[in-house]
Structures are given as structure tokens and as C-alpha cells.
Design a protein around this ligand. Structure first.
Ligand code: BGC
Length: 812
């Protein structure tokens, strides 16, 4: 599989021809599309070869010497001691006691992967009662197993803007992992953050806003670990594109070259929350960061993760992501997967000859076991129950009652973006027409028994999935026990309403002249997968389908299931397109979640966790991943903090639908903004240097230093609904003065999903602001710094629908 992945990984994003109606001709269409992609790859490579490559050569070989030192060296690797909390201290006490009895070979054996039933398996030390630990994917459900649930994907959960649901999601996931005897869950995801609009894995993560992503990463991590399973927030760090994410015959992996401030304020930021919630493992990423591979980058591992953020757990490599032996040990990697990589016997030798210290190998083994003790897995942990589909065994059913939660999150993350004259909700419609390939199930989604929809080995290169899209492709895809398609759920409603349906899932121009129909529902999707960046944020077949239906049907409702941003300007303004729903990646209860919104059982409250532009070009340099044929490709993160809405705001580009946007079936009023500093705020810019760092960073960073509140009222007369109130903060000096000019005008720093509120009902939305939420990363002091002066505050229903504003003076 890895070989296949590497080959695909060479392909640059290149616009494929219009997707034909390949519904019945997938194999043929697949190979045609694959051929096009290969031609694109060749063309791009040829074009790039005309450009003088930046690579320098020594004796005819590409030399990496010029790139040395671009990422600061931070050595030695910190030895963890459990000082964060008494719980960590107890875990360390146990782990040290056992590691002190181990030989070097035994320590080495538990720091690398072995063959086994799970996606990853560590070695065991039977004489000391240390079992092999089982690692499994993925972030939205256990992949490749039976009797497990397919939850909504990360980006869908983020669209709920609801911390409570995020935590329940993590807990339910964790319960399933534990039930299957999986010690380590390979998720959640905040890397990629979603810097590139067409990034192939953005949907596995939460949002390209670091505050929203952090809230989700923290809540999900806490949920997973509440169930006694080790969470592995990933990928640390800067894995923002799939193209050349790994080394290949073309050369080294892409280098994400980022400045210290953007590194902290955007990319590290969400991981801080997960660490604070106790994340006991972190997965390092494939690509290079400032020219040093992430799994041997001492600045990222020894420096930021283990020193600044006091990480007590272990760093596991991404699969086959290790690029060196001694260098990766000393840079802070603790565990290599899925095999011994450059370690095993070579690591034992390196310890014996002094290249790796005894302290370091002991620290590696201790970190792994401390995580195990931290989650109390030494007692009563179920044995692994992981089997290939060809193995006969009694069912190990871990689904519990998760169907209801999946349906609830599916509905809560559904975003209504257009609704003319209250087209929605549908009120007891009797006659509906249903069009588009995304309404029914894919006819044969299990070509690969481990991957619903086929995953990257089948959907290679396609812009859409032929069948309803409930998850993306690759290791983050889920394995639904069943899928309720939109069409099935609509049929259930029509049956109980004694109505009529007409449908066509195939044609690009369906016969749509049913004059007695109440509405036409058109279902389209936009697929994405690990290993590929997307070639487009829209596809012409789907756009034509919508336009053709709208040309004939005056009440056309469009539902888009998409693994990330989907542009809609080809038809959004059509007068017959009366309602548009972004249905995200909702998991197994897709149809039920959707109909509960369409029929008004639930008023929509989902919000876009990204900006939908009018034109793809509006994303500028952040549309596509960097395509380079250079031996040492690099991607300058020159935009600093200005990704997504931060860039649209700065450049005054009007988005089609802004970050945080989403409609409701009712209306809300905002009133009475108050903002007050906490009495306890010490009048200093920096955290107290005398207080030691614990996991998650300096404790002062998490102190609530200010509280903002306002009243939210359901001003509608008919329907209950929830409102996502959002707090945006303007750091003083945002628009002028040297360094401050590099600060976005407004950044999300609070959100609350208020409700459901009955008509006329009012509730307070309260936002606590921590020291970190109001600080910037000071690159000179190497610390988070509160700015002195007046902070601007806005509370509203989206990043542009700002209803109240105020100020907060800090340290003035
Ligand atoms: C992915 C990881 C995943 C691992 C194990 C890698 O290719 O990047 O996210 O956890 O495979 O399947």
C-alpha cells in the first residue's frame, strides 16, 4: 500500500476534465481519469524542469547542506517527569519502576512497531507484564472493522460550534476504541489546519481557524481519554498539503517554511488545547518543516512540544515517516511505526556505543508506559478484538446507542446558506423530485473491505464520489455499519406523508417537468482523500446538473456533501435555486440528519468552519498546494497569519459565504454587550517566569483574564432554534506599527451555541477569554505577550455579521 501511496503522491494537483456521468462506468472512467492525471503529472514535471531548480549539487548529487540550520537546533531531548499533575506523577512512578527493570533490548522493543492485528502494534515485555499496545485509525470512527460506528468527520463536528457535542463525540469514539481493545486512537486532527483551500485532508481536521480547531481538538481529546483510550492529536506539524508530503523518487518531501509567530499563533495553537486536556500521545507528520523532517525536527519536538508545552506523553511517527535513526531519537521521536524503521537492533547498538544516551532510551520507554498508566490501561483493559473481514469470529459490537448522537451531530453540523421565502423547512410536502448521484448509496462501496467508498485506492483523482458522501478517503475514512442515504430518509418521510417521489440519480439533465411537485432536491458532492490535494473546489458535471434542474423547477433545493470548501457561484444566484444546504460529511445517519433539518424537526444552527469564496482565485496563493519538481521542494508560508477569513478581511474581498455563516429558521437579536477584566489579572505582559511549565504550556496562559457577555434573543414568533454567537477580537495595534501590522483585524476568540431558545426567549452568551486568547507570540521574548492598550471586541452571528461591539483595556 505504501508503494502505491508514494506513486500517487507524485501526482500534482492538475485540473481533470469535466466529470462525465460515470455512474455506470466507473472502471472505465477511472482509468481515463487516471491517465489524465498521469499526463498532468508529466506535463507539470516537464514544465518545472524548464525552471532552474533551487537545488545545489555536490559531486552530481543533490546536497542538503545549504538547508542545514534553517530550523533551530534544540538539544538534548527533555526527560519527562510527570510534574504536570499528581495523576501524571503516579503514572511516571509506575512507568519508571518498570522501565528500570528492563534491558536495553526490551526498551528498544517497546519503542517500535511490530507485525500484528492492529494498524500499529508495539513490542511486549511479557516477563514484566507489559503487553503490546494496539493503535488504530481514524479520527471519525474505527476504520476497517465490523460493528463500529461511522461518526461525522472532524470538519462536520467543527461546523456545530458546540463544545459539548465535540466532547460527547470524543467520548463515544473513545468508548468504541476501548470496546475493541484499542489502546491508542490515531486522532483527532488539527494538522492540516486547512491553510490550502484544496488541501486533501482538511476534512479530517476541524477548521482553519485555530481557536475553533483548538476547542474541538481539546474537547475530543478529553472525550477519548475519558473513555480510557490514549488520544493522538496529529499531525505535528504543518502537514498542510498532500502533494509531496513524503520523500519519493522526485526527492525530499515538501518543506513548510513558516515564521515563528505564525507557527505559534496558527499551527501550534490548537494542539495546546489538546495537550492541556492531557493528550498522552502526539503523531509527528511526514513533511519537512523549515527543511528538517517533522519526525526529527528538534525545534518542533524537543523545543516546542516537550519544553514550551511540557509534553509528558510519547511522540509516535506517522507511518513510515521516520527518516533517520540517531537523529530522530535525539530530536525527540519516542516511538516509530509501523515497524522498526531505522531503530530496532540499530538503536540498541547506538545506545551501546554511546550515540544515544541511556537516559534518552529510558525516557522513550518511560513515556510510552507512562501514557499507558495515565489512562489506567494496566487494569481491566479489554483484549484487542481487531480482525480482517476474512476472519470468522463472534461479533464485538461497540456501537452502543451512538446512532442518536451521530444523527444529532449530523444535523447540528448541517449549514443552511440560502433560504428564499422560507422554502425550508418543508411542511408536509406530498410530492418531491430527487436528483443527483449523491442522493442514493454508491452501488458498490466495498471494493476495499477496509474503506467505505473505496478510499484512495479507488477514488484516485475523482472530484466527486459516485453515491452519497458521508466520509472522505484514506486512513481517516470510516467504516459505517450501514448508511442511511438522503434518498432512503426522504422515502421514509414520503411514506408516512402518503406522498409521491420521482427520481433520477444518473442524468446530468433530468426530466424535471413535474408540475405538481412541491420541490426538486438536487444532491451533489465534492470528494477528497488523503494523498491527494483536490483539483478543484467544484466540478462541472454537478454544476450543470444543478443549473439544468433549476432551469425547469422553480423550487430547486440543493444539498452539497463536501469534504471541505465547495464553491457555488455557478448557480447560487439562480432565482429558482431557492434553498442551499451544506451537508458536510455526516457519517452513517446522513439521511436522517438531513431530513430532520429539511423538515424542520431541528432548526439549522451549523456554521461554516471556512470561507466559501465567490471564485476559487479569491483564495490566491492559498488555493493550491505547492507543486515543484525541485529535489528539495519548499513552500513559503509568506502569508503569516493571514489565512482564510483573515486574508479576505485584509484584502477586502467579499466572500460568497463568510467564515462562521449559517442561517436558521428563526431570527435572533443581540443586546447588552459587557466586557470586564477578571480581578485576578496580574498587571504584567508575560506569564510569571517563576512558575514552571506543565503540559499544555505555562499555567498562566490558561487563566481567564476577561469575561465578555451579551444577551441573545430568539426574535422569531414561530420556531425554536439555537444560535451560534461568535466573539471576534482585534488585538491593539492590529492595523499599524511594524509587528502589529502583521496581526489580523479580527480573530475568533469565543463562541457559544445558545439554545434551543423558544420564540421570545432570551439567554446570556458568556465568553471567557484566557491570557493566551488575548496574547500574541513575542518572537524576541519567546513567550506569549499581552498587548497593552485597547482590544476591540465584536459579537455576532458570523465573521462579517457583527451585531455588537465594544472594547477592553488591558494593562493601560
Ligand atoms: C496517515 C496517518 C494514519 C497512519 C496509519 C498515515 O498515512 O498519515 O494519519 O494514522 O497512516 O494509518
Amino acid at each position: 500500500m505504501e508503494y502505491l501511496r508514494d506513486v500517487y503522491n507524485l501526482l500534482p494537483p492538475c485540473r481533470a476534465p469535466d466529470t462525465a456521468p460515470w455512474f455506470l462506468a466507473e472502471p472505465l472512467a477511472f482509468s481515463a481519469k487516471a491517465a489524465v492525471s498521469f499526463l498532468c503529472a508529466a506535463a507539470a514535471a516537464a514544465a518545472s524542469f524548464n525552471v532552474q531548480p533551487a537545488t545545489q549539487y555536490q559531486d552530481g548529487h543533490p546536497s542538503e547542506v545549504p538547508y542545514y540550520g534553517r530550523s533551530p537546533a534544540v538539544y538534548p531531548s527533555p526527560i519527562a517527569n510527570g510534574s504536570t499533575s499528581s495523576r501524571w506523577a503516579v503514572a511516571y512512578g509506575h512507568a519508571r519502576a518498570i522501565v528500570s527493570q528492563m534491558t536495553v533490548d526490551e526498551k528498544v522493543n517497546i519503542t517500535h512497531g511490530w507485525p500484528g492485528a492492529c494498524v500499529g502494534n508495539t513490542g511486549q515485555v511479557p516477563r514484566l507484564g507489559v503487553p503490546a499496545l494496539c493503535f488504530a485509525d481514524g479520527p471519525s470512527g474505527i476504520r476497517g472493522q465490523e460493528f463500529v460506528s461511522a461518526f461525522p468527520a472532524g470538519i462536520h463536528v467543527a461546523a456545530t460550534f458546540d463544545r459539548h457535542l465535540m466532547h460527547r463525540y470524543g467520548r463515544a469514539l473513545g468508548d468504541e476504541y476501548r470496546g475493541k481493545g484499542i489502546n491508542v486512537a490515531l486522532g483527532p486532527v488539527a494538522g492540516p489546519l486547512g491553510r490550502m483551500a484544496r488541501g486533501g485532508r482538511n476534512w479530517e481536521g476541524l477548521s482553519n481557524d485555530p481557536y475553533l480547531a483548538g476547542a474541538g481538538l481539546g474537547a475530543i481529546t478529553r472525550g477519548i481519554q475519558d473513555a480510557g483510550v490514549i488520544a493522538t492529536p496529529k499531525h505535528w506539524l504543518l502537514n498542510e498539503q498532500e502533494f509531496r508530503r513524503r520523500w519519493s523518487s522526485m526527492g525530499d518531501a515538501i518543506s513548510a517554511n513558516v515564521d515563528d509567530r505564525a507557527l505559534h499563533e496558527l499551527y501550534v495553537f490548537p494542539f495546546m488545547e489538546a495537550l492541556r486536556e492531557g493528550a498522552a500521545a502526539i503523531m509527528c507528520s511526514y513533511q519537512r518543516a523549515n527543511h528538517s523532517y517533522a519526525c526529527q525536527n528538534s525545534k518542533l519536538l524537543n523545543g516546542i512540544l516537550k519544553t514550551e508545552l511540557g509534553f509528558e506523553g510519547f511522540v509516535v511517527s506517522d507511518w513510515d515517516g521516520q527518516m533517520s535513526g540517531v537523529a530522530s531519537v535525539n530530536a525527540g521521536l519516542d516511538l516509530v511505526m509501523p515497524n522498526a524503521g531505522f531503530w530496532g537492533a540499530s538503536l540498541a547498538q547506538a545506545v551501546r556505543n554511546g550515540s544515544v544516551s541511556q537516559d534518552r532510551i529510558s525516557d522513550m520507554a518511560t513515556r510510552v508506559l507512562a501514557a499507558w498508566y495515565f489512562l489506567h490501561q494496566q487494569t481491566d483493559f479489554p483484549p484487542p478484538a481487531i480482525y480482517p473481514s476474512t476472519h470468522k469470529h463472534a461479533p464485538v459490537d461497540v456501537q452502543a446507542g451512538h446512532t442518536l448522537l451521530i444523527k444529532e451531530i449530523g444535523a447540528a453540523g448541517t449549514v443552511l446558506v440560502k433560504n428564499v421565502n422560507n422554502t425550508l423547512p418543508l411542511i408536509k410536502p406530498r410530492f418531491l423530485c430527487v436528483y443527483g448521484y449523491d442522493a442514493p448509496l454508491k452501488a458498490g462501496p466495498w471494493q476495499n473491505p477496509d474503506r467505505y467508498g473505496g478510499g484512495y485506492d479507488v477514488n484516485f483523482g475523482w472530484g466527486t464520489l459516485n453515491g452519497t458522501l458521508v466520509t472522505g478517503g484514506g486512513s481517516g475514512g470510516s467504516s459505517p455499519p450501514y448508511v442511511v442515504s438522503p434518498f432512503q430518509a426522504l422515502q421514509e418521510r414520503v411514506v408516512s406523508d402518503r406522498g409521491v417521489l420521482r427520481w433520477d440519480f444518473y442524468s446530468v439533465d433530468p426530466h424535471a417537468e413535474y408540475l405538481n411537485a412541491d420541490a426538486c432536491l438536487v444532491f451533489i458532492n465534492a470528494y477528497a482523500s488523503e494523498m491527494f490535494d483536490r483539483t478543484s473546489l467544484a466540478d462541472a458535471f454537478s454544476d450543470r446538473l444543478v443549473a439544468n434542474v433549476a432551469a425547469k423547477c422553480q423550487n430547486t433545493i440543493v444539498v452539497v456533501h463536501s469534504a471541505g470548501i465547495r464553491t457555488v457561484d455557478a448557480w447560487i444566484g439562480h432565482p429558482n435555486v431557492t434553498a442551499v444546504v451544506f451537508g458536510g460529511l455526516p457519517g452513517q445517519e446522513s439521511g436522517h440528519s438531513l431530513t430532520s433539518v429539511l423538515y424542520g424537526d431541528v432548526s439549522p444552527s451549523g456554521r461554516l468552519p471556512y470561507t466559501v469564496a465567490r471564485n476559487e482565485a479569491d483564495y490566491g496563493d492559498l488555493l493550491n498546494s505547492t507543486v515543484s519538481a525541485d529535489y528539495f521542494p519548499e513552500d513559503a508560508f509568506a502569508e503569516g497569519l493571514f489565512i482564510d477569513y483573515r486574508a479576505f478581511d485584509r484584502d477586502r474581498v467579499a466572500p460568497r459565504f463568510e467564515f462562521g455563516f449559517g442561517l436558521s429558521y428563526t431570527t435572533f437579536g443581540y443586546a447588552g454587550l459587557s466586557a470586564a477584566l477578571a480581578d485576578s489579572l496580574p498587571p504584567v505582559e508575560f506569564p510569571d517566569a517563576g512558575v514552571p511549565v506543565v503540559q499544555g504550556g505555562h499555567p498562566d496562559l490558561w487563566a481567564t483574564v476577561a469575561v465578555v457577555a451579551c444577551a441573545v434573543t430568539n426574535t422569531g414568533a414561530e420556531r425554536a432554534g439555537s444560535e451560534v454567537a461568535q466573539l471576534y477580537v482585534g488585538v491593539p495595534g492590529s492595523d499599524h506599527e511594524g509587528e502589529e501590522g502583521d496581526t489580523p483585524a479580527r480573530q475568533l476568540r469565543g463562541f457559544v451555541r445558545v439554545g434551543p431558545l423558544a420564540p421570545g426567549e432570551t439567554r446570556q452568551a458568556v465568553f471567557g477569554l484566557t491570557r493566551r486568547d488575548l496574547s500574541v507570540w513575542d518572537v524576541v521574548a519567546q513567550q506569549w505577550r499581552l498587548r497593552r492598550g485597547e482590544y476591540r471586541l465584536w459579537v455576532g452571528a458570523s465573521s462579517r455579521d457583527l451585531r455588537l461591539n465594544g472594547t477592553l483595556s488591558i494593562l493601560d
